[in-house]
Design a protein around this ligand. Sequence first.
Ligand code: BJW
Length: 234
Amino acid sequence: MARFSNVVVLTGAGLSAESGLSTFRDKNGIWAKYDYRDVATPEGFRANPQLVHDFYNSRRRAHAGVKPNAAHLALARLEREHAGSVTIVTQNIDALHEAAGSRNLIHMHGELLKALCALCGERQAWTDDLSVETPCPACSHKGGMRPDVVWFGEMPYEMERIYEVLTSAHLFISIGTSGNVYPAAGFVATTREAGAHTVELNLEPSESAHLFDETLHGPATQIVPAYINRLLSR
Ligand code: BJW
C-alpha cells in the first residue's frame, strides 16, 4: 500500500445494485424499460419534461428506502484508514457513498437528491417530486426546475478536478461500471498513461477490461471488501 499514496476510485451503477437500485445496461436494467433519448437527454426533456420528471420522481421515491451495502462501507473505511489520499469519482446519482461515510467524493453525473433551476442556475437539496409547475425557491419562476443530473450531450461536473486527481493517481480502482459512457470510460487510459496501477472490480469483464493491470470479477459486496482488506493489510 505504501507505493499507492494517491488512490482514485471510479464507481458505477453495479456498486449500488445490491442495495436494490437498478443498473442501466444489464438485462433488466433501466435502458431495457426506457429509451435513454426520451429521459436522459436535454432534447428529451424539452420534448416531454413531465415524462422526465416522472422518471426521476419515481427513482427519487425508490431511493428513500435504500441503504449503503458492504462495498460502499468498505470504500468509506479505505478513506478513513489509508494514510494517503482517497478520492471517489462516482457516476452514480444516488447518495449511498455519503450515507456510508465517504467524504472526498465527486458526483460527476450529478445528484438525484438535488434540483437545478435552468433559469437562475441555483441548486437546492430536493427530496419531493418535481413537475413543470414547481416554482424555483430562489427565483420563483416556474418551468425551469430540473433534476441536477448530467444527461447525454451535457458536460459532466468537476472535470478539471477529476483530471487533476486522475493524473496524480498511483492506484486507480474501477467498480461496477460497464465502461460504455465517456468521459468516465476513458479514465483508465488516462491513469495508465500517468503511471498508475489499474484495477477493475466488476460482476463481469467491462468494455475496457483489457486496459486493467488486475481484474476481479464477482458481486461488489463480496469482492470490494475483500480487495480493500487486502490493500489495507499490505
Ligand atoms: C455489478 C453488479 C454487482 C451489475 N456487483 N458489478 C462516441 C464516443 C465517445 C463519446 C461519445 C460518443 N458519442 C457520444 C459520446 C458522449 C456520450 C457517451 O459516452 N455516449 C456513449 C453511449 C458512447 N457522453 C456524454 O454525453 C457525456 N458528456 C460528455 O461527453 O460531454 C463532453 C465531454 C468531452 C470531453 C471531456 C468531458 C466531457 C455525459 C454522459 C451522461 C451520462 N448520464 C447517465 C444518466 C444520467 C444519470 C442518471 O439518470 O442516473 O448516467 S447515462 C447512465 O450511464 C448514467 C450512468 O452514470 C452512466 C454509466 O453507467 P454505469 O454506471 O456504467 O452502469 P451500467 O449499467 O452500464 O453498468 C453496470 C455494470 O455493473 C455492468 O458492467 C454490470 O456487469 C456490473 N454489475 N451488478 C458488481 N452486484
